[in-house]
Design a protein around this ligand. Structure first.
Ligand code: MG
Ligand code: MG
Length: 249
């Protein structure tokens, strides 16, 4: 079921989203070679819990053990923070985080360069951000979910990159994952119609090579099947008649 949120619920999600945005800004400043992904996770959990009533959405969600998903290089999403996983110069690290506040969630992800990265990695970061912007531009009342996916896919594929199919964006609210699914590929004017008051997470996952994925034996970490680099950017937005209201900026 697709739920429509009240202005008051959207306001609460924006407050959760503000904590999410500040968490990602903090981590972006901290990322450097030599830090472990567990270090990032500890910083994030402490920061989130310093806000009265706020808790990390991921911890315990489907049994996930940590506050963040940290996914390095060919890892696309759902990497588990680990004290033995050390960031190295030239890595791309995707950081995904959710916050629950007063019963409502917000979700955002960013991909950060660790020191100097290759020109191809730079291009992947830039294009994946452009995919998110293009997807959000289609997220308005009267459009369809397929308009978002189509826009994301057009930007990624015209740059020669792959669009991950197995993982998708989603509705979000009192549940972390709600309907509708928001794929990063699709046809214009297909899929559920977007209505004012819907809140969705738009999250292109883009690969430098083929889009096929596999899951590591830890049963969480999703990687590119061909070992190519991946990037992931995400915002939670509220649908309006015009530009979407970005709740995680
Ligand atoms: Mg996320
Ligand atoms: Mg999400």
């Amino acid at each position: 079921m697709i739920t429509i949120k009240s202005p008051r619920e959207i306001e609460t999600m924006a407050r959760a989203g503000h904590i999410v945005a500040e968490t990602l800004a903090l981590l972006r400043r901290e990322v450097r070679p030599g830090l472990s992904t567990e270090d990032l996770d500890s910083l994030a959990e402490k920061f989130i819990r310093s806000h009265p009533g706020a808790r990390p959405s991921f911890k315990g969600l489907y049994g996930f053990p940590k506050t963040l998903c940290t996914s390095i290089n060919e890892e696309i999403v759902h990497g588990i923070p680990n004290p033995r996983r050390i960031l190295q110069e030239g890595n791309l690290v995707s950081i995904d985080v959710g916050v629950q506040l007063e019963g409502l969630h917000a979700d955002s992800a960013t991909t950060v360069a660790v020191g100097e990265i290759s020109p191809e990695a730079e291009r992947l970061l830039r294009v994946t951000q452009e995919c998110l912007v293009a997807g959000m531009a289609q997220a308005r009342a009267g459009n369809h979910v397929g308009d978002i996916g189509h826009a994301v896919q057009a930007v990624a594929e015209s740059a020669g990159f792959g669009v991950v199919r197995e993982l998708v964006g989603h509705g979000i609210g009192t549940q972390f994952h709600e309907e509708p699914q928001v794929p990063n590929h699709g046809q214009p004017q297909r899929g559920p119609r977007l209505l004012e008051g819907m809140t969705i997470a738009i999250e292109p996952m883009i690969t430098a090579g083929h889009y096929a994925t596999r899951t590591l034996p830890d049963k969480w970490t999703v990687v590119t099947a061909d070992g190519s680099l991946a990037a992931h950017f995400e915002h939670t937005v509220a649908i309006t008649a015009g530009e979407p209201k970005v709740l995680t900026r």
